[in-house]
Design a protein around this ligand. Structure first.
Ligand SMILES: [Zn+2]
Length: 138
């Protein structure tokens, strides 16, 4: 593991623990990404052999739902991976900026950081973002 530069805001121990949690979560994510990809390939294979689907034919309804769910899962996974990588980079290069909300630039609560070491936003901003997302998709 890379060494963490000294921070005026954080105890070294705290950053080390966060980094450890982030690295663990990252390898977990990569594992899931691989499994979801395999599953998507599997859906493709099944729909070809079971329903004689050719390249451009639409997927059968059952597989379509399954595919949609998995594609969404995969997107969420990718999002999480980039948040994780971003947090790791911050700790390794600019630990004083770690734990600062990207939107309002206030400090993210310690409880939140302990529960989600990759959180880019404080609870208030995260809620606003989630509500906007919900509003957009109905
Ligand atoms: Zn904020």
């Amino acid at each position: 593991m890379k060494s963490i530069p000294l921070s005026t805001r954080w105890e070294h121990n705290f950053l080390e623990n966060q980094l450890l949690a982030l690295t663990r979560k990252l390898s977990e994510c990569e594992k899931w990404e691989g499994q979801i990809k395999d599953h998507l390939r599997e859906i493709e294979k099944i729909s070809i052999s079971l329903f004689g689907r050719k390249g451009s034919d639409p997927l059968p309804a059952v597989s379509m739902v399954d595919e949609e769910v998995n594609v969404r899962l995969f997107e969420r996974c990718t999002e999480l991976v980039s948040s994780l990588q971003r947090a790791v980079r911050l700790i390794e290069t600019d630990p004083d900026s770690y734990g600062i909300c990207e939107k309002c630039e206030r400090e993210i609560g310690l409880k939140r950081l302990a529960a989600s070491p990759w959180a880019p936003f404080c609870i208030k901003c995260q809620r606003e973002i989630d509500e906007q997302k919900l509003g957009l998709t109905g």
